[in-house]
Design a protein around this ligand. Sequence first.
Ligand code: FAD
Length: 577
Amino acid sequence: MRFFSYFNKFLRSHPSSAKLLVLSSISGGGLVAYADLPSDKEKPSLALEQEETRKKRVLVLGTGWAGISFLKDLDISSYDVQVVSPRNYFAFTPLLPSVTCGTVEARSIVEPVRNIVKKRNGEVKFWEAECLKVDAVNKKVICRSYVNENLPGKNEFSLEYDYLVVAVGAQVNTFNTPGVEENCYFLKEVEDAQSIRRAVIDCFEKAVLPELTEEERRINLHFVIVGGGPTGVEFAAELHDFVHEDLVKIYPSVKDLVAISLIQSGDHILNTYDERISSFAEQKFQRDGIEVLTGHRVLSVSDRLIDVKAKSTGQNVSIPHGMVVWSTGVGTRPVVKDFMEQIGQGNRKVLATDEWLRVKGCDDVYGLGDCTTVDQKKIMEDISAIFEAADKDKSGTLTIEEFKDVIEDVTIRYPQVELYLQNNHLSDITDLLKGADGNERDEVDIEEFKLALANVDKQTKSLPATAQVAAQQGAYLARCFNKREKCKAEPEGPRKFRSGGRHEFRPFRYRHLGQFAPLGGEQAAAELPGDWVSVGHSTQWLWYSIYASKQVSWRTRYLVVGDWTRRFVFGRDSSRI
Ligand code: FAD
């Protein structure tokens, strides 16, 4: 102790020696504890300097659509990037239904994360682990390795960050329906698709065993799918093709006993699509012999029976089944729930971000993809501030010219305005200011202005949980990170109506590029931008070309196209491996 107090005095009287000591301790690590002491005024500034010059640490949780899209576009050389995910690969989820029946192989739709990040001009550290907890106050996360626990070394570790990107996706939602967890198959991960493929073959192998009654064979071959959304519908179509193109040839004795049922609680399947697509799908399934039970709610599932209630009659029915695939939407992961509790979002269902994808209620945390929802600001919350900013001459009324001055900022900040105009067939935003009689007004006061925009917020829509949204969000956030310094100096975002100044970046804007629904028998339906609907064989070829082009690497593109070709020539493989 006496040595340290003598040393302390010496350093106070010789500040330059103190600097030397700090430097040598940083390089050698020997006297770090002493060097940290605030023995003179120069040390904190050095520490600050080092803090400023070191690259900011970006920690990404998840290697799905959002996480990978962010990493692919991020300028790695500007950041110290770390990635945590229990999956050391990216999975092309739109082709998962094809994996359930062997149309494509599981390995054809995955790409190792390390392959993806090694192509970047900088180092990205990847940890195969699950994030257990986010500690937003101390800016760190606690993780647990997913690697074999028996290997030497600790399994839990913590990582610090300057910026955290939460892109952990969502988990299956059973809506707490009894028996679902234990008795249903899910279709969310690659392993799920592989389990379904084995289970389908099991049902056929069981059905052809000797000494079974016909009724038992029939039950084993009753495949039930719960959920009439795109995943459930696509799986039903894939299964129908697998059975009728391949399995009936190798299990001819039971080919007439196979049944596929699709249970949907709503009135129509594919009810988020254009109704032309929805009715085309229902008619096609009817022709194919796929039973569609709309307006039925599942009450419980056991290993042999699925209990459903018909909404119209209130009647309960027990349906025997060979296997049930549950595909009814997604819920929040426990790690995200816990994080939401910490930051005051405990009463929400999904993690909320603002329009710049910043998680609400904490700093430097961003949220992307299925685990989040963008909380779009309502225009009516800012209406007075917008009016005040636009009313340049402070006359208490707004002329068309004055309104035109803020229009661009308004439409960027509140995208629901554009949707409102589109849906009401208004060609120009100034049409909003027309009077009730449809005639143009020279100026409007605040009350008339509020009235004109009163219905705009009703157009606000939450974004769907799709790969398209997740990928666009990842790319958007990467662009913001890449332009961080530039936009600090020259903000490119819209004007801040309440506080003045401008936002650094433009808010995230989703561009819907359309959606497909493969319906089996080489037919698909597509809803494309501009209210364009296409169904049939040519749409299936469009689906093939788009999904081939969207593959994350040339390797997977080659494998997927190869699998499609193999299926055309040799059919699907029914080995139970
Ligand atoms: P995910 O892609 O699910 O990725 C989440 C990542 O987080 C994964 O890498 C996961 O391992 C990781 N993770 C999970 N927990 C943790 C944790 N605790 N710590 C760290 N990492 C964690 N969308 C379309 O647009 N078109 C389609 O045709 C389509 N078809 C689909 C078919 C199926 C069968 C399924 C299941 C989905 C389909 N989707 C489709 C939806 C699409 O897959 C999702 O919207 C998309 O995957 C969401 O991306 P994400 O990055 O948010 O989550």
